[in-house]
Design a protein around this ligand. Structure first.
Ligand SMILES: [Zn+2]
Ligand SMILES: [Zn+2]
Length: 197
C-alpha cells in the first residue's frame, strides 16, 4: 500500500514537471521557429508572441478565457484521443488538469501581486507555481532562457544542460529561425541563423 501511494505521488510529480516541459517546448517553438507571416502557425502563435515580448503585461487586457483557449482545446484533443484509444487513465486526466493552468500560470506571473488571488500567491510562495520574478528572467534577457512557465523547477535544469541550444541544433536547420524584431540580435540568435543556413 505504501509503495503504491509513493508510486502515485511520484508519477503525479513527474507529470506536473512534464506539463511544464511541454509548455516550455511550445513556448520555445513560438520564440524560435517561423515568423508572423508563416501559414497558420504565424498568425495563431508567432504574432501574439511578438506582441507579448514587446508589451508583456498587455496580456492581462485579454479576457482570460481567450488567453487560455488554445490550452483548453489541446486538453480536449488529448482527452479525446486517450478516450478513443481506451487509455483514459488518471495520469492523462492529471496531465490535462495541470495543463489547463499552464497558460494561466504564465498570466498570473504577469499580474501585479496585489491583484493575485490569495491561493495563487500561496502556491507561488510554496514554489508550486512559478512567480513573476522567475518568469521575468525570460523577458528581461534576450528571450533565450526560462521558457517554461508553470513551475520554478524545470527551467534551471534545462538552462544549465543547454537543452534549448540542443533543440535549436536539431530543429532550426529543418524549420529555420527567421529574424524577428522582438528578439535581440545576440550571439545565440546569430548561431540559430548559422544553423539554418
Ligand atoms: Zn518568449
Ligand atoms: Zn511572459
Amino acid at each position: 500500500m505504501l509503495m503504491e501511494t509513493l508510486s502515485v505521488v511520484a508519477q503525479a510529480f513527474l507529470i506536473y514537471l512534464a506539463v511544464d516541459l511541454m509548455a516550455g517546448i511550445f513556448h520555445w517553438a513560438e520564440d524560435t521557429l517561423g515568423k508572423p507571416t508563416s501559414p497558420i502557425w504565424g498568425p495563431a502563435f508567432v504574432a501574439p508572441n511578438v506582441i507579448h515580448h514587446d508589451k508583456p503585461n498587455e496580456m492581462n487586457k485579454i479576457h482570460w478565457f481567450r488567453n487560455n483557449l488554445p490550452v483548453y482545446v489541446a486538453a480536449l484533443v488529448i482527452l479525446g484521443v486517450a478516450w478513443a484509444m481506451d487509455a483514459l487513465v488518471w495520469q492523462v486526466w492529471w496531465f490535462c488538469f495541470v495543463g489547463l493552468f499552464s497558460q494561466q500560470s504564465h498570466r498570473w506571473s504577469h499580474t501585479p501581486r496585489k491583484a493575485l488571488p490569495a491561493p495563487v500567491l500561496y502556491l507561488q510562495r510554496m514554489r508550486i507555481l512559478q512567480d513573476g520574478k522567475h518568469h521575468w528572467k525570460h523577458h528581461r534577457g534576450d528571450h533565450s532562457t526560462h521558457y517554461c512557465v508553470v513551475t520554478p523547477w524545470v527551467n534551471p535544469v534545462l538552462d544549465r544542460i543547454g537543452f534549448w541550444r540542443f533543440m535549436e541544433r536539431i530543429f532550426v536547420p529543418i524549420f529555420g529561425a527567421p529574424r524577428r524584431p522582438d528578439l535581440s540580435d545576440r550571439g545565440w540568435y546569430r548561431d540559430r541563423a548559422a544553423w539554418a543556413a
